[in-house]
Design a protein around this ligand. Sequence first.
Ligand code: PGA
Length: 270
Amino acid sequence: MEILIRKNYDEMSKTAANLIVDQIKRNPKSVLGLATGSTPIGTYEELIRLHKSGNLDFSQIKSFNLDEYLGISIDLDKPYNEDQSYARFMWEELFKHINIKEKNYHVPNGLTDNPHQFCRNYEKQIKDAGGIDLQVLGIGGDGHVAFNEPGTSFSSRTHITALTQQTLDDNYELFYKKSGIPRDEMPHFAITMGIGTILDSRHTLLLASGERKAEVIAKAIEGPLTAQITSSSLQLHPKVTVVLDEEAASSLKRADHYKHVEIMKKKFSL
Ligand code: PGA
């Protein structure tokens, strides 16, 4: 694992955006895996800024989002704060600002009438696109990546999942509260890429910011492999970059070592 520690959220976001830009410049037809949540917003802002300044072209990029709540879908007739779908989040926070083609971005369909068939087909679509080159990930308070909640098999593929109370609480506070939707009406199920799906991507980019993520990031990176912290599965991936701000890195035992490795890699152009 490559672990990059930055002084604050803005620096974390710039580093993450630069890694995505490098991927796009290397291969303008890249397939990106995208995440929702509060963490990648700054990264998307930086990508939008670079696109608007004429330095970043998404015209041949394909993307697949990690997850979507079951039972809701994008509703452009509603104001953004009342539409809590991840499709709407992606539209508002990224897609509407860049030149990615509508046929090339994919967010799981929360209103599918055959969820299991949909999940199988999502896997096929990813495969047909050539697999994911760079997968952006956040981490949940319960250690999840995408909506792979504690206990999910490391070999799981795209599937339907029941959200934990902690995820419901976190997402209610961060997103749903402002919508005015009562807490018990929040969806309790979601479609999510599986851990096996995520581990198949060629490069994973895990982002975390703030003190509330410190303990769980330490478990994911330095703790034992366990399906109770599904992000620990990334320890099995051959190419992981973790970008953290100082607060999210504050419980790591080997933070000094990771900083040293980054300096040495630069010095010797490794
Ligand atoms: P957050 O969510 O970025 O809003 O903290 C991350 C996640 O639950 O995966």
